[in-house]
Design a protein around this ligand. Structure first.
Ligand code: FAD
Length: 466
């Protein structure tokens, strides 16, 4: 540390971005402080995001699969819910991971301070903790303070019948009628959970399609399945919410939507707001962009040379794996290494039923950018493994640059699409062309064969369907 600094690196926020940055910094020999306002490490992702939602989505999957088999030779009876036990199990998963992080921090001698940090200037923060206020001077600071649910104006997230994603994951009750506002990844994942647990679901989306960033061809199979399960109103706006004691009446504005409808609970999943307004950044020279996110360069450095920012607080895509990689870059730059965040592609996954995953350019983007591209697709109805899972709706779609024959994008829908997208991401990063992917022997029978076969379809060498 510099003579008057308390540490080489002070990290604010212990989510995936912050803990990765702190651990990497410590591994590189820097004296590291990690400040987190909550007692548990792990941020949104581990505590009220990725992990608890995936635990509940796994429970939802078991319910759906049991229902499938009751018509196909094994009847488990109808599910009996014990919400206390289910939430206890979910919490055990979370605790195991957050507890693990505590151990890893200790092993590395990362000094974890519980308290809320606010800037005093470009070189100091004040941390408000149970032991009182203390001032900490840093040589470098990495801001990893994340984001929080954003509600449209007029929505009172503190009302007991109105939930954000954090409330929804508590699973306090299973409402008979649940309105999900927002047809993006978080809204549709939580709809999957509540539908499986017995709620009647209505989804309202302002745009004219669900999961707008994804390729519409890939969303279609999901849509076909959820159309049978939920009421979906696209191009529809919720203009007013009127909570009463036991139910909420909402006013809707959209072509085919009813003017008013009543629900037992409303889940607001309309996006997330960066926590850039919780840090007293006004005391520094750090600049924000129009979305109120902190502006950074490829070294994750703000306009102030010794202050870095990573993760959700620097903007989209707000994903844990992006935060982690950015965190490592920031730590390495603090240690004097020549690192930069230059990921070619960042995969996105919706863990809905079926899962939807995509990476790199979509066909719409390729068209809009005037790229000379070629598509190779493979329907999972011709994949043996998919049929053994009782599923035939999946699709793998790869996009290649016509001239170089290299993979530039890919999208999949179907069970486990989220795991399969990793191969597509690696192939893009490695500059693989359709021959490379098609000639790679994929194990049979697996869903991964659909990736090889979509590449063979593009190369014109596809012979077999199985
Ligand atoms: P965060 O995880 O938000 O952590 C920031 C931390 O900073 C928090 O712990 C906060 O308490 C702390 N903090 C803030 N201000 C201060 C302060 N002033 N002083 C001290 N501490 C402070 N992403 C995926 O990649 N995959 C998924 O499946 C996925 N599922 C999700 C499901 C849900 C329901 C939600 C809400 C999000 C999901 N995400 C998912 C997004 C993912 O959780 C975020 O992208 C990720 O957590 C961002 O990491 P981060 O380090 O930037 O910030």
């Amino acid at each position: 540390a510099g003579s008057d600094a308390d540490c080489d690196v002070l990290v604010i926020g212990a989510g995936p971005g912050g803990y990765s940055a702190a651990f990497r910094a410590a591994d590189l020999g820097l004296k590291t402080l990690l400040v987190e306002r909550y007692p548990d490490l792990g941020g949104i992702c581990l505590n009220v995001g990725c992990i608890p939602s995936k635990a509940l989505l796994h429970a939802a999957k078991i319910i759906e699969e049991a229902a499938f088999f009751s018509a196909n030779g094994i009847d488990f009876g109808s599910p009996q819910l014990d919400l206390k036990k289910l939430t206890r199990w979910k919490q055990q998963v979370v605790d195991r991971l957050t507890g693990g992080l505590k151990g890893l921090a200790k092993q590395r001698k990362v000094n974890v301070i519980q308290g809320s940090a606010r800037f005093l200037d470009n070189h100091r923060v004040e941390v408000d903790s149970a032991q009182g206020k203390r001032t900490l001077a840093f040589r470098n600071c990495i801001i990893a303070a994340g984001s929080r649910p954003a509600a449209p104006p007029g929505f009172d997230l503190s009302h007991p019948l109105i939930m954000d994603s954090t409330d929804a994951l508590k699973l306090e009750t299973i409402p008979s009628r649940l309105l999900v506002i927002g047809g993006g990844i978080i809204g549709l994942e939580l709809a999957t959970v509540y539908h499986a647990l017995g709620s009647e679901i209505t989804v309202v989306e302002l745009l004219d399609r669900l999961m707008a960033e994804a390729d519409p061809n890939i969303v279609k199979p999901l849509r076909r399945i959820i159309d049978k399960r939920y009421q979906i109103h696209l191009s529809t706006k919720v203009t007013e919410v009127q909570p009463a004691e036991r139910e909420i009446t909402v006013h809707l504005q959209g072509d085919k939507a009813p003017e008013t409808a009543s629900f037992d609970r409303v889940l607001v999943a309309t996006g997330r707001h960066p926590n850039s307004d919780c840090l007293n950044l006004e005391a520094t020279d750090v600049q924000l962009n129009e979305q109120r996110c902190i502006s950074v360069d490829e070294q994750m450095r703000t306009n102030v040379a010794n202050i870095f920012a990573i993760g959700d607080i620097v903007g989209q895509p707000m994903l844990a794996h992006k935060a982690t990689h950015e965190g490592k870059v920031a730590a390495e730059v603090c240690a004097g290494e020549k690192s930069a965040f230059d990921a070619r592609v960042i995969p996105a996954v919706a863990y809905t039923d079926p899962e939807v995953a995509w990476v790199g350019v979509t066909e719409e983007q390729a068209k809009a950018q005037g790229l000379d591209y070629q598509v190779g697709s493979f329907p999972w109805a011709a994949n043996g493994r998919s049929l053994t899972l009782g599923r035939d709706e999946g699709l793998t779609k790869l996009i290649f640059d016509t001239k170089t024959e290299r993979l530039i994008g890919g999208a999949l829908v179907g069970p486990n699409a989220g795991d399969l997208i990793a191969e597509v991401a690696l192939a893009i990063e490695m500059g693989a062309d359709y021959h490379d992917i098609g000639l790679t022997i994929h194990p049979h029978p697996t869903l991964s064969e659909t990736v090889g076969m979509a590449a063979e379809a593009a190369a014109g060498t596809l012979t077999d369907l199985y």
